[in-house]
Design a protein around this ligand. Structure first.
Ligand SMILES: Nc1ncnc2c1ncn2[C@@H]1O[C@H](COP(=O)(O)OP(=O)(O)OP(=O)(O)O)[C@@H](O)[C@H]1O
Ligand SMILES: O=C(O)c1ccc[n+]([C@@H]2O[C@H](COP(=O)([O-])O)[C@@H](O)[C@H]2O)c1
Length: 200
């Protein structure tokens, strides 16, 4: 009997901060595609956010660890935050493939990101290295025109109209962020005074 190859979900994001929209997306895709594990990969220096302030990577990494700790199938990788220079997904997938040659990779991303996939660095290599799963995101229409149909899937998830931008704005304005992000992340934000002076 041939053994089924491991299936590794890859959830890349700035996670500034991680919120329940990210966690629901990962959980739903894991169930639909029978993934053995989902690795969350906080970006180091996002190439497309060079003109906006991003919280230091260690804070974003630790919040991601706290948010995923209770799920035995969720893990967190430092590959993007430990690699010098700008973060590109092709490097993420190369590093993860070297670490996990036994696994097929499923990159999980939102409807807003999928529309831009062809403009990502080395996009042809991206489709060789991973399948892409585009999850619906409130307010964004899925546009998969021009993408390889055998490597890109869509999956509808329960709409959670949460964004990191909104969480940062609420924290800055002294509004509650309970239940938008995991409890431990609420406490981490308060303990470290994150987003107080943010421009969101
Ligand atoms: N509520 C949500 N539902 C589904 N997918 C989401 C949701 N929020 C974010 N995503 C997806 O998760 C991935 C990582 O998102 P990211 O860390 O940039 O969070 P964000 O909420 O989009 O942040 P920001 O508001 O700062 O741009 C992206 O592909 C994004 O589309
Ligand atoms: O590789 C690229 O060129 C590229 C361009 C834009 C976004 N990405 C990746 O898409 C993921 C989601 O990005 P974001 O901005 O929604 O947090 C994250 O893992 C980024 O590294 C990657």
């Amino acid at each position: 009997m041939t053994q089924r190859r491991a299936r590794l979900g890859v959830m890349g994001g700035t996670f500034d901060p991680i919120h329940h929209g990210h966690l629901v997306a990962a959980s739903e895709v894991a169930a639909r595609f029978d993934l053995d594990e989902v690795v969350f990969v906080p970006t180091g220096a996002p190439s497309f956010k060079q003109d906006v302030p991003v919280t230091p990577a260690e804070h974003r990494y630790l919040m991601t660890v706290i948010a995923t700790a209770s799920n035995p199938r969720f893990t967190v990788s430092r590959v993007d935050i430990d690699r010098p220079g700008l973060t590109y997904t092709v490097d993420t997938l190369r590093d993860l493939a070297a670490d996990r040659p036994d696994a097929d990779l499923y990159f999980i991303t939102g409807a807003d990101a999928i529309a831009q996939l062809l403009s990502w660095k080395d996009s042809a290599e991206l489709f060789e290295r991973a399948r892409f799963v585009a999850v619906t995101r409130p307010g964004h229409t899925l546009s998969v025109a021009g993408l390889p149909a055998d490597r890109v899937s869509q999956w509808e998830i329960p709409a959670l109209a949460i964004s990191s931008t909104d969480v940062r704005a609420r924290a800055r304005d002294g509004k509650p962020v309970w239940y938008l992000v995991p409890d431990g992340v609420v406490q981490y934000i308060a303990k470290h005074g994150l987003y107080r002076g943010s421009q969101s």
